[in-house]
Write a protein that binds this ligand. Structure first.
Ligand SMILES: *Cc1c(COP(=O)(O)O)cnc(C)c1O
Length: 374
């Protein structure tokens, strides 16, 4: 923002805790190969495009009426998709999991309350905290960015936060948490009555044998699992995020949601996509193969990719990551510089997109023999 505009903004009676912060701003740059915001870049299967079109056409004739405020049919479909014995009363949804997370903070955070998460993690968490005037507490991880049950639960006991956000698989590192960490954090939050949220935006991309925290829900009233249709379901543009939790958690969110917050068009779109989850999840299998290929090829180049349970790979070993980011962008490939020292993050795209990224990076490293730290 220009200095002039910033001065004008500061003349407004803006809340103090919003002064001086920057909005979410992953660059939206129109280059041929966009591997920077973990979108699903595989083309939407034609059968799904047609099903969505038909569903939206049907919904259009009823748009004079408000939509089903309780989106019952969608919640039933989501419960069926998740399994784990969940029912409609356990499900809730909003316009992206970002809105779900915001509603959680509106209900359980707020002035005089706090949110703890463990950076490096999803950059929206502190912004959602400021938007709801919730104090943001930045926890810490080990030097390799892992988070152990002992460390996480000790930090929860120390801070006694109102809410904890655990991101698993974590963005930007890509690695899933051991469920022991979730169990330990939940137990550590017992005396402070802490709500424990596991953000599983990338769950469908997890490696074989990685268990979802959904398995922990029975008997845990303060546990919430959030999911999204933005990544595995290739629906980032439709804005549909959801959660699974105890029915009384859903009751709490009803107190803060806006009336009719999920449009009839959104509900119809999401249901049509869920009816074709098989076709959409086939693309997920291909993306996982592409992700594993990126890991193998980066290693062969002398870089240090993190274990990835997601549709992206964060890799270290670079002396000047931003110079590499710029060089790739010059060549028409945008990836992500999250500001992690020595690291960059790349979304697993289609085979051709990943080849362009890997070739570009290989060429850069060949031209800059001192680009690697090791
Ligand atoms: C992409 C992402 C989301 C999804 O946000 P939506 O609002 O559902 O599009 C949520 N959490 C994390 C960690 C993400 O990376």
């Amino acid at each position: 923002m220009s200095q002039d505009r910033l001065e004008k903004l500061n003349q407004l009676p803006l809340r103090e805790n919003l002064r001086g912060i920057s909005p979410y701003g992953a660059p939206q740059i129109n280059v041929p190969i966009q591997l920077n915001v973990n979108e699903n870049t595989h083309p939407m299967p034609q059968v799904v495009v047609e099903a969505i079109t038909e569903a939206v056409r049907e919904a259009a004739s009823g748009l004079n009426r408000y939509p089903d405020r309780e989106f019952v049919a969608l919640r039933q479909d989501l419960a069926r998709y998740l399994g784990h014995g969940l029912e409609e009363e356990n499900l809730w949804a909003a316009n992206g999991s970002n809105e779900v997370l915001q509603q959680i903070l509106q209900a359980f955070g707020g002035p005089g309350r706090s949110l703890l998460s463990f950076p490096p993690t999803y950059s929206m968490y502190p912004l959602l905290a400021s938007g709801t005037t919730t104090d943001y507490l930045a926890g810490y991880r080990d030097a390799d960015y892992s988070l152990s049950a002992e460390s996480a639960s000790q930090q929860v006991r120390e801070h006694a936060p109102s809410v904890v956000f655990l991101c698993s698989p974590n963005n930007p590192t890509g690695t899933a948490l051991d469920l022991d960490v979730v169990r330990a954090v939940y137990e550590a939050g017992e005396s402070s009555n802490t709500m424990v949220v596991v953000d599983e935006a990338y769950a469908e991309f997890a490696l074989e044998g990685t268990e979802s925290a959904l398995t922990l829900l029975p008997g845990r009233q303060r546990l919430i699992i959030t999911r999204t249709m933005s990544k595995a379901f290739a629906l980032a543009g439709a804005r549909l995020g959801y959660l699974a939790a105890a029915p009384e958690v859903v009751d709490a969110l009803r107190l803060v949601r806006l009336p009719y917050h999920l449009s009839a068009v959104t509900q119809a779109t999401a249901r049509a996509a869920l009816a074709h989850s098989g076709a959409l999840l086939e693309n997920v299998e291909d993306i996982k193969r592409q992700r594993d290929r990126i890991v193998v090829e980066l290693r062969a180049m002398g870089l240090v990719p993190a274990v990835s349970d997601s549709n992206f790979v964060t890799f270290g070993g670079l002396r000047q990551p931003h110079a590499v980011f710029e060089a790739l962008l010059e060549g028409g490939v945008i990836i992500r510089d999250n500001g992690l020292p020595g690291h960059l993050r790349v979304t697993a795209g289609t085979e051709a997109e990943n080849t362009a990224f890997l070739d570009g990076l290989r060429a850069y490293l060949a031209a800059h023999p001192d680009a690697l730290t090791a």
